[in-house]
Ligand binder design. Structure first.
Ligand SMILES: C[S@@+](CC[C@H](N)C(=O)[O-])C[C@H]1O[C@@H](n2cnc3c(N)ncnc32)[C@H](O)[C@@H]1O
Length: 331
């Protein structure tokens, strides 16, 4: 199967949400539609290729020298693997049969995916109760909110913003599935590194005077720092005072060879090839955001995320050691 690089990250995250919706109980985040956006062939491909990735990681983590003929065939991201990969953690997950579960537990990505979506949608529901009228998903990927929540779609205009290629893929998939596009859902193709978010949103039915809620999940890691700051500044500029943005971010320790946790290092493998890598210092995030016109309202650390969603949760779910959730308000 040929993998489309433009849509890979969005698809793999949908595959994770689908895995959780089918296999885990109780559900932290029930995306019962996610699996339908992927074909059988794609699901099998993701499972088998991710399972192979786990085996490669396990081999690299064993500390054995990698024969040069194997190196030739290693995906680029694994060439950067080092002995810091912890073999014990891989042993813990070696009895899982699903590739996606193996790999995503190994990186902490599965727990991160479902907890950030849960945190965001819980906050959104509260915000709608307080009068929010617009929901803007930045880097929406294969998010299914607009199809899972018909009751909220009656109260909201929803804007899915994503790279043109990823969005075209999603729209084609929705057409193939023959899902009815809700009247209040609008697609706004934008590449944050090349286009102006405010111009594109203002060309859509987005109303800059209407109280809004933005989410930006699983995206800041992939972008140059300048793009992340510009995008946050743009949000502060096109939404009325009191509007909210929730985003997840990696702390700077993940990029520090000494401080990075093993699962953090594995998570970084998935970012190799991305246009940029942006991290924040949780201690100075408040100042960073203030300079952009945003007030940091909540800044959840991995410890707090663990306590909120994973304490006592069965299975191998734990908050990603370097991932934080920020909730900021337009000043
Ligand atoms: C890991 S996926 C997350 C998708 C979704 N937010 C979720 O949580 O399921 C990353 C998303 O960011 C989008 N993205 C990455 N770089 C982008 C850019 N330069 N401009 C716009 N979107 C981008 C991708 O197309 C993809 O949909």
């Amino acid at each position: 199967m040929k993998v489309n690089k433009e849509t890979f990250s969005a698809s793999i995250i949908a595959h994770c949400r689908a895995y959780h919706a089918v296999h885990d109980e109780p559900k932290i985040f029930d995306d019962f539609l996610a699996g339908r956006l992927l074909t059988e062939e794609e699901r099998t491909y993701f499972d088998s290729s991710l399972y192979r990735s786990v085996k490669v990681l396990k081999y690299l983590g064993s500390g054995k020298a990698v024969p040069s003929f194997i190196k030739l065939f290693l995906p680029r991201r694994f060439k950067h693997a080092s002995k810091a990969v912890a073999p014990e953690e891989l042993n813990e997950i070696s009895d899982l049969t699903s590739g996606v579960a193996c790999y995503m537990h190994a990186t902490g990505g599965l727990a991160l995916t479902i907890s950030r979506s849960r945190y965001t949608e819980d906050s959104l529901v509260k915000a709608v109760g307080e009068g929010v009228k617009q929901y803007v998903l930045l880097g929406a990927g294969l998010d299914t909110f607009a199809f899972r929540h018909p009751e909220l779609m009656e109260k909201l205009r929803v804007f899915e913003v994503d790279r043109p290629a990823t969005q075209a893929f999603k729209r084609q998939r929705l057409a193939e599935l023959d899902w009815k596009i809700p009247g209040q859902l609008y697609f706004v193709p934008v590449d944050f590194t090349a286009q102006k978010l405010d111009e594109e949103l203002l060309n859509s039915p987005y109303d800059p005077k209407s109280m809004s809620f933005f989410s930006w999940l699983g995206v800041t890691y992939y972008l140059p720092r300048e793009t992340v700051f510009n995008t946050l500044r743009t949000v502060a500029g096109i939404a009325p005072k009191g509007s909210t943005i929730i985003f997840d971010y990696l702390d700077n320790d993940v990029y520090d060879r000494v401080k990075v946790a093993p699962r953090g290092q594995w998570l970084l493998f998935s970012l190799v090839g991305a246009k940029g890598k942006c991290g924040f210092d949780p201690a100075t995030l408040s100042n960073d955001l203030a300079s952009l016109g945003l007030r940091l309202k909540e800044n959840l650390s991995p410890t707090e995320i663990e306590k909120l969603y994973f304490q006592g949760y069965p299975g191998n779910y734990h908050a990603q050691e370097h991932a934080h959730f920020a909730c900021a308000v337009v000043e």
